[in-house]
Design a protein around this ligand. Sequence first.
Ligand code: XMP
Length: 502
Amino acid sequence: MDRIGVFDFGGQYCHLIARRIRDLGVFSEIMQDPSNTYSGIILSGGPGNVYSEESPQLPEDFFEKIDVPVLGICYGHQMIAQAFGGVVQKGMEREYGKKIAMLNNTSPIFNGLENNEQVWMSHFDQIVELPPSFENIGSTDTCSIAAFHNLEEKLFGVQFHPEVIHTTNGSKILENFLKITNCKREWKLKDWIENKISELKQFIGQKQVIMAVSGGVDSTVAAILLSKADVKAHFIHVDTGLMRLDESKEVSEIFRDLGVENLHVINTKERFLSKLKGITDPEEKRKIIGKMFIEIFEEEAKKLGDFDILVQGTIYPDRIESAQPSQHATVIKTHHNVGGLPDTIDLDLVEPLNDLYKDEVRRIGEIIGLPEKFIKRHPFPGPALAIRILGEITIERLEILREADAIVTEIIQKHNIYDSLWQVFPALLPVKSVGVMGDKRTYEYILAIRAVESIDAMTADWARIDYDILEEISNQIVNKVHGINRVLYDITSKPPGTIEYE
Ligand code: XMP
């Protein structure tokens, strides 16, 4: 199968490039080791400066070793130019957002495009001088070398981001690159499913399998694939009591409707609550929940018998991010996946989804019959409502938040904006304020509503939700949810805010 490798310079859109290429029917992955086994290589964007020693560089002799076509995007575009003797300079100001680029559409990389195209820019530095034998094939009013090619060496560069939807014909540019590489476009999810099921049948056979299912899309899809492969599996769902309204019930229903047997729902509400009593520190909450979860899973697994294989719903970005933590990344939060078990468990690990992206898992979910509403569900953190209740977690607060959460989701879905948002949810603040209701003084909690738009959760913009919808949410919550008398709307983007509150 033909493959395209993406070299990661730390850009926020790096995974998006690989996903777009897969959408065009060619398998693509973040490259660990650049080689000619790829049909083509894309060099991603990145936050560094190509001329700085501290910034990521290409492996030594990259261009001597690689003779397949290479496309550089943003930082990658500058990197190619620099490697061949061009000059990249610090820009005076950041060029950011939609721009009109003048493109030379006689270049094979811009085949079928107009001379004027809308593109998405995000950079400070610029190429100010191209290497000899490179041709300038694009410019904007503030960036004179916005694209180049060197047809003999099969090198292409664009300063803008073709992988982002704001570059109107960006996918045409990526498609042109695929044509230049002579890739066959034969990567299809339906084939993937069939292959995976027969692979699971062969690899697992009669061995005994155990798996934790959180109720999220990834673990549910992995469980269904196992069931389709007719392997002997037991599934454990830990109901921590920190879940959204009816969440554990829904998991049971989905498993039942799709004929997946041996689901064990373990009610552990009291255990979690008593361990979390008096805990207010966000990191401490996360750690307690993660540890408790593992403890309970191991206990239950022991009761069910002996197992050979542990299956997990790990997807590709989880795997890549834990294998290659960015050098410059600081720990903001210990992200934890309920269902993420430590490698000390003495079982063989099988991760059927570990080369897929989230949207591919969703499409597979669709193909194998998961309800659309379930598949399109917003991401939900492993520690669940615990990190949306600021301060101490109590039954009373959990119930308030669960009820408010159900109301927010219902109203957002009713107005058909759920799918356009990355996430929308309420968070309960640990402060009370005075209000008046039916001529009486009230003194109740304040609730914050968070709604964000995002591509990958690395950055997010607060969503400009219609005032009337916000009003409806506020009215319903204050009227129906006992314990809240004031609703706030969060207008912080990420950064500087994070999406979750803790
Ligand atoms: P933050 O709050 O870091 O969140 O901006 C980014 C995305 O990750 C989700 N999130 C988590 N997911 N376990 C998870 O599985 C976690 O501990 C966790 N914390 C945050 C969050 O919902 C958002 O989509």
